[in-house]
Write a protein that binds this ligand. Sequence first.
Ligand code: BG6
Length: 511
Amino acid sequence: MSPSRARTNPLRDPQDRRLPKVAGPCGMVIFGVTGDLARKKLMPAIYDLANRGLLPPGFSLVGFARRDWADQDFAKVVHDSVREHARTEFREEVWHQLAEGFRFVPGEFDDDQAFAQLKQTIEDLDRVRGTGGNHAFYLSIPPRYFGDVVGQLQEHGLTEDRPDTWRRVVVEKPFGSDLATAQKLNETLSGVFSPESVFRIDHYLGKETVQNILAMRFANMLFEPIWNSNYVDHVQITMAEDIGIGGRAGYYDGIGAARDVIQNHLIQLMALTAMEEPTSFDARSLHLEKQKVLDSVVLPRRLDLTTARGQYAAGWAGGVQVGGYLDEPDIAATSTTETYAAIRLGVDNRRWSGVPFYLRTGKRLGRRVTEVAVSFKRAPHLPFSQAAVEDLSHNALVIRVQPDEGVTLRFGSKVPGTQMEIRDVNMDFAYGGSFTEASPEAYERLILDVLLGEPPLFPRHEEVEQSWRILDPIIDYWADHGRPEQYPSGTWGPASADAMLAREGRAWRRP
Ligand code: BG6
C-alpha cells in the first residue's frame, strides 16, 4: 500500500481527526481578572470555546481579584467583555449555561482567608458542576506576585494532582526581565508544579498563521530544498504596530520593545523559521528542534552597528495627530524605554551560516503588520540587458501573519510588450480565498490546549531562558549607550535602523 493510502485508511486511524477535541470536566481560575488581557482576550475566548461546543457542559470560571464583587457582578463584567470582544455570535443559551459556572472570590494575593474561600469554592464546583477536581490557575498578573499566589495555592492544598485529576498553572509573559529573573521565576513555579503542569503563554504560537510556518515548510516539497544559506540571502521578521502604549504605561515603561516582543514572539517566529524538521509534532520533538536553533544563535560583535532602537515622538496615527511616548500619561519625561527595537542575529549551523536574521518591532509605526519575509539570493547570472532587469529585486517568500493572513511569493516576470523587461510580481495565497472557516483567536486555541493538557504550543523554560541569554547583552549594551533615537509616529522607525541594513547593502521591507 502506498504511504498516502495508508495514512487515509480509516481502519488505521481509529480517531476521526475531523472531530474537534472537547475538554473533559474542568474549571479555570483567573488571577488578574480585572485586567485588560482578561477582559479583551481571556473571557471572550472562553465564551467562544463554549459557543463552539469545545468546553465541557459544567465548565466553571472563578475570578479572583481585589474587588468587592459578588458572583453576579463578576458575571456582568464577563458578559460585557464577551459582548464587546467575542469572535463568535452571542447566543443566550450558551451564555446561560456558561454563566451558571461563574464564581468570584474577592481578596489580596497574601490573604489566607481568600485562598481558603477559593478552595471551598473549587470544592463546591466539583460537587455542583462536576468539574472533577481538574482546575487550571491562570496567572494574568505581574510576575512579582507569582511567588505569593503559587505559595498560597500550595499551602491551601490546591496544587496537588490526585489520581485521575489535574492541576495546571498558566503564566503570561513577561517571563522575567532578564535571564536571572526568568530563572528565579522558573524556580518558583517548579517548586510547586511539575514541568508538565506549567503552561507558558506566548500567544503568537496560538496564531493559525504561525503554525502554518511549520505546515508550509514540512508538508511540502517546494520550499525546504531552498531553505538554507545556498539560496537565502537574509530573513526579515517584523512585528509592527500602529498603536501606542495606550493605558499600559505601568507595564511597558522600563520593559520596552525588545523585552515585550523580541524576547518572546519574534525569537519564537525565528526558531520556527530556522529549525530542522522535528521527528513529530509532539511537544518533546518540537522543543528539541527549537532549542537547537536557539542554542546556535550568535550575536554580532559590533552591537553599535547591528542593533537599533527608537522611541516614538509626536506624529500621525490613523489620520490624527498624536503626541510622543514621553507625552503619554504616567511616563516620565526622562524615560529611556525603547518603543522600537531592531537586531541582527545569526544562526551558527550548517543550514544558516552567514544568513542574517533581522528582527524588528515597534509601536506607532506606519501600519499594523506581522510577517516573516525570506529573501532569496539573486540568480547567479542574468542573461538579459541591464535595462531589462532594472526593476527586478530579490525573490521573496513572505508569510503574512497578520492582518490579511496569507503567503506571498515574489518573483520576476516579463512585462507584456515587445521589449524584454522584467519586473517583480506577486503570487498570493490568502486564507479568506481558500478556506471558509474563520481562524480562531490565538487565546481560544491556547486555553483549549491547557484544558486538554496539550503542551506543544507552549515554550519550555529552557527556550525562555535561552531567549534571555540572546537578548541580555543587547539590552545591557543599550543601557550603557544613551537614549533611544526619536522617530515620528506613523513612520517606519528611527533612521539608525535603516542605516543598520543599508550598511549591509539591504533595506527593510515597507509592508
Ligand atoms: C503583546 C505585547 O504580547 O502582543 C503588546 O505585550 C502587543 O505590546 C501585543 O501590543 C500584540 O499582539 P497582537 O496579537 O495584536 O499582534
